[in-house]
Design a protein around this ligand. Structure first.
Ligand SMILES: NC(=O)c1ccc[n+]([C@@H]2O[C@H](COP(=O)([O-])OP(=O)(O)OC[C@H]3O[C@@H](n4cnc5c(N)ncnc54)[C@H](O)[C@@H]3O)[C@@H](O)[C@H]2O)c1
Length: 348
């Protein structure tokens, strides 16, 4: 298996998961996260952990923007499956690094797709996309304000946002736009070349191995602030904005099911679903419960550009296509694990 972004949150979990299932795993990463977010986004610790703990893991230092390098790597590795998780992952960061964002997310994905097609059109190709491909169109759904969160007032979205939701004519951020280019390209390689490609449009993907920073990885960053007693800034929507959170293990489990029985050009919304939602205010409470420390925060009236007021994934298509898959890790357990992980990683 070839996993890109192997030192990141999802990539590292996928490497571990498939390694434990008996696969030989090749991980591609160049620690670009440290370039995007500075030393706090550094993922070398995770790369070293994989190299130390997984005996059938080989790290490949490669930038996915390097087209010749990607073509050669896919040919040399000759994988039975490709899982593509490398990305510039931040909505907000993209505007200040537009070329790096587009070259990584759109062109990097294209390099991998074409390299895979030239090697084999029959191996599964799983791509991590994002709910930001829907732009801010979910904000047009009527909402009701509850004490600590926003909720959809339209019954049609009671179970969340389905894959049929429009991706057109709304504000995406440059990140959302580069991810749309990748998302559509992955679908197209499926439809046009009959390749078993899969697009996973993530809600909030999280877990203990996230190097959360202010601009990406909200739960991980929120818990880190809580433990360090550092002030967290809430951007708009009264702190009642809702996210669905899925543990990286449950993401890997879905990828396992897809690779066992691949389909062509599929798209799924992958998140924690309704059961694993929380608002920022509710996340504060949970972090406080597990850490025993009071959350320090300030409120800024200005919401992030194009940010969702309420977003959670409708998981019914995933469950219908892959009945062996379900969410197995609750939001509470995920937060507990994030607290434990930061306690070990932060200096005392
Ligand atoms: N974490 C989330 O909440 C979330 C939500 C929706 C979608 N996603 C998507 O899931 C995927 C994985 O996200 P994550 O949270 O694991 O991100 P992450 O930043 O933790 O991991 C991404 C990894 O890719 C590497 N990388 C970046 N650019 C690279 C390049 N040019 N060449 C080689 N490696 C490069 C980084 O160094 C990093 O280790 C991304 O596509 C992201 O857009 C994540």
């Amino acid at each position: 298996m070839l996993v890109t972004g192997s030192s990141g949150l999802i990539g590292s979990e996928v490497c571990r998961h498939f390694h434990d299932l008996g696969w030989q795993v090749y991980g591609v990463d160049n620690n670009q996260r440290a370039v995007f977010f500075g030393e706090k986004g550094d993922t070398r610790w995770n790369q070293e952990r994989l190299a130390r703990e997984l005996k059938n893991f080989i790290h490949i230092e490669l930038d996915i923007r390097d087209r010749e390098g990607v073509l050669k790597t896919v040919k040399d590795v000759a994988p039975d499956a490709v899982v593509h998780t490398a990305a510039q992952p931040s909505h907000d960061r993209a505007a200040s690094i537009p070329f790096e964002d587009f070259d990584t997310n759109a062109v990097g994905t294209f390099n991998l797709l074409e390299a895979t097609r030239r090697y084999s059109t029959s191996i599964p190709f799983v791509h991590m996309s994002t709910n930001k491909v829907y732009g801010d169109a979910p904000n047009l759904i009527p909402m009701k304000e509850l004490e600590t969160r926003w909720e959809y007032a339209d019954e049609r979205y009671k179970e969340g946002i389905p894959e049929t939701f429009t991706i057109d004519q709304s504000k995406h951020s440059l990140f959302g736009a580069s991810k749309v280019a990748a998302d559509i390209s992955v679908q197209e390689y499926g439809r046009y070349f009959d390749m078993p490609t899969c697009v996973l449009r993530g809600g909030c993907l999280t877990g203990p191995n996230h190097s959360g920073v202010e601009l990406h990885g909200f739960l991980s960053y929120l818990v880190k602030c809580n433990l360090e007693g550092k002030e967290y800034t809430v951007f708009g929507y009264k702190g009642k904005q809702v996210r669905d959170n899925i543990h990286s293990y449950d993401v890997s489990r879905f990828i396992e099911e897809f690779i066992k029985a691949p389909r062509v050009a599929e798209v799924y919304n992958i998140g924690g679903g309704r059961q694993n939602t929380c608002s920022i205010l509710e996340a504060f409470q949970l972090a406080e419960e597990f850490s025993g420390k009071k959350m320090v925060y300030k409120y800024s009236d200005q919401n992030r550009a194009g940010d969702h007021i309420c977003y959670y994934s409708d998981l019914r298509k995933m469950k219908a296509h892959y009945p062996n898959w379900d969410i197995t890790i609750s939001l509470e357990e995920t937060i507990r694990q994030i607290v434990e992980s930061w306690k070990q990683r932060l200096p005392n």
